[in-house]
Design a protein around this ligand. Structure first.
Ligand SMILES: Cc1cc2nc3c(=O)[nH]c(=O)nc-3n(C[C@H](O)[C@H](O)[C@H](O)COP(=O)(O)OP(=O)(O)OC[C@H]3O[C@@H](n4cnc5c(N)ncnc54)[C@H](O)[C@@H]3O)c2cc1C
Length: 222
């Protein structure tokens, strides 16, 4: 199953992150947190599939991805930097393991924020954000995707961790067991993880140290 869809809007969210909106095929359904493969519908690129996570609301009349670009890889996301409104994508069916199970601590690294953006936007639309917490790891402040949005939505439940910058009111270093422990509360049962593999492996080790059972860990590696 695949669909040809046109790009309707492109915006830069940070120095290397694009927000891309495109047509939603009739009847196309996904669950917040799910992803899909796409290709560029042009010579040399139509066979190369890369996957991204939907960040539009289920009720939006369009689909949206938030995509971190890697010009140095000379691959798909670099090519996407040349895309224009009206260009065509090939969209495949949605898939993915991350889904909301209840209040918890969301732990994201870089572009690993996208499934949580989707879930938190949907919770916001339903007035159910509650006590959910977000720990967001990035290299520097300029890498934080939608910082103002998350700050307004979550307030004190939004914690930034910066590895390459030491700023007041931002945690410094990598996500540690101590940072997770400080931000844990009894009613936050679930731990949602998404990011690059080394970060995911480290966070899973920290959760194990803290005695979190695997049944309460919901994860997807990027
Ligand atoms: C389920 C899922 C959902 C995802 N959702 C999102 C999302 O919503 N937003 C998002 O931004 N990302 C998301 N990703 C990650 C995203 O798919 C990849 O980051 C992206 O496809 C990489 O594209 P690329 O430009 O590197 O191109 P590719 O065409 O994939 O790679 C180009 C070349 O770069 C090489 N390469 C790979 N790593 C390096 C490196 N470190 N240094 C140098 N060269 C390298 C590769 O070998 C390849 O030859 C998701 C991943 C998964 C699995």
């Amino acid at each position: 199953m695949s669909f040809i869809v046109k790009i309707t809007k492109i915006e830069h969210l940070t120095h290397d992150v694009l927000k891309i909106q495109f047509e939603k095929p009739e009847g196309y359904l996904f669950r917040p947190g799910q992803a899909a493969d796409i290709s560029l519908n042009k010579t040399d690129w139509y066979k190369k599939k890369n996957c991204f996570t939907f960040t539009s609301l289920l009720s939006d009349p369009y689909l949206e991805f938030v995509i971190k670009t890697y010009p140095s890889h000379q691959g798909f996301t670099n090519e996407l930097l040349t895309a224009k409104v009206g260009d065509e994508l090939i969209l495949y069916k949605p898939f993915g393991d991350i889904q909301y199970k209840g209040e918890g601590v969301f732990i994201a690294g870089g572009a690993g924020i996208t499934p949580f953006l989707s879930i938190l936007k949907e919770l916001q639309a339903e007035n159910k954000v509650g006590n959910n917490k977000l720990l967001f790891a990035n290299k520097t402040k300029s890498d934080i995707i939608l910082e103002d949005y998350f700050q307004t939505l979550l307030g004190k439940n939004f914690v930034n961790i910066l590895s390459d910058e030491n700023l007041e009111s931002y945690e410094h270093g990598f996500i540690s067991a101590d940072i997770i422990n400080k931000n844990t509360e009894d009613q936050l049962k679930y731990y949602y993880l998404c990011g690059p593999k080394p970060m995911m492996d480290a966070v899973e080790r920290h959760l194990s140290t803290l005695g979190v059972e695997k049944d309460f860990i919901v994860k997807e590696g990027f």
